[in-house]
Design a protein around this ligand. Structure first.
Ligand SMILES: [Fe+2]
Ligand SMILES: [Fe+2]
Length: 256
């Protein structure tokens, strides 16, 4: 089977672009399952039930999140329902939502694990020890996809090797800039440090550049808005042997 994993979708502009481009890409590239990081998909900031609906309507099957999960109060309640969304597993006990989810396609099932890094990031549970616990919840699924939402390249590559041969793929998210290190690790796990972003190209991680400049120059609070203009979809297509759960290849995608 072929899985398309999309980098952080930014704002309404990113969601609309996906609506426009994703159905055709899926058809033309024989995509069976599509997973997207949606932590920045709401207009303005964070993620809302509405932005999740837009992602699902565009053809995304399952959504992962990150450090912006709880930015919008209405989203916590939504996460308590039976939804095709996971948030980082290593949030404190009692945080709304689940860190492991299952996509059931009948012929095969896919476990999706979302974990957040702690290097240069929030002090959540240790992602490596928490990963052992998360793997126990993958319920016999052969295909296991990890979204490691983290800042530091070294932490992400260490997680890749830590999980090599134990999961199908370790996909980095959060930095919004696609890295050119997609590879199959020695024991067969597909890996990329950061899969990139789906959103406006002339932006600072999706934000209107002048607002980001103002923030860095003044250190004062600045209300961020999404940049406009040309968009791109960043992702990876992973071919997977559904009988063994092994990745066969990983290819980077930049779709304009
Ligand atoms: Fe993000
Ligand atoms: Fe993030």
């Amino acid at each position: 089977m072929r899985l398309f994993f999309l980098g952080d979708v930014v704002g309404e502009i990113g969601c609309s672009f996906l609506m426009d481009k994703l159905p055709r890409f899926k058809r033309e590239h024989n995509i069976d399952v599509c997973i997207a990081n949606g932590e920045n998909s709401a207009k303005g900031n964070g993620v809302t039930p509405r932005s999740v609906d837009m992602l699902l309507d565009s053809g995304v099957d399952f959504i992962t999140l990150g450090n912006h999960t709880y930015k919008r109060p209405e989203f916590s309640e939504y996460l308590e329902g039976d939804v095709p969304v996971v948030r980082p597993f290593n949030y404190p006990e009692g945080a709304p939502g689940e860190g492991v989810g299952i996509i059931d396609k009948g012929r095969y099932r896919i476990a999706v694990i979302n974990m957040q890094g702690t290097a240069y990031s929030e002090p959540l549970g240790n992602p490596f020890s928490q990963m052992e616990k998360a793997l126990e919840q993958t319920d016999g699924c052969k295909i296991k996809i990890v979204d490691f939402h983290a800042e530091a390249t070294a932490e992400k590559r260490a997680m890749g090797f830590f999980l090599d041969g134990r999961v199908t793929a370790v996909i980095g998210t959060h930095t919004h800039v696609q890295t050119a290190d997609e590879q199959l690790l020695p024991k067969g796990t597909a890996y990329i440090t950061d899969v990139g972003m789906c959103g406006p190209v002339q932006s600072v991680l999706g934000v209107e550049p002048q607002l980001a400049i103002r923030k860095f120059r003044t250190n004062l609070p600045v209300r961020f808005e999404n940049a406009q203009g040309e968009c791109a979809i960043n992702g990876v297509v992973i071919s997977i042997d559904e009988k063994t759960g092994k990745a066969e290849s990983i290819e980077r995608v930049v779709l304009k």
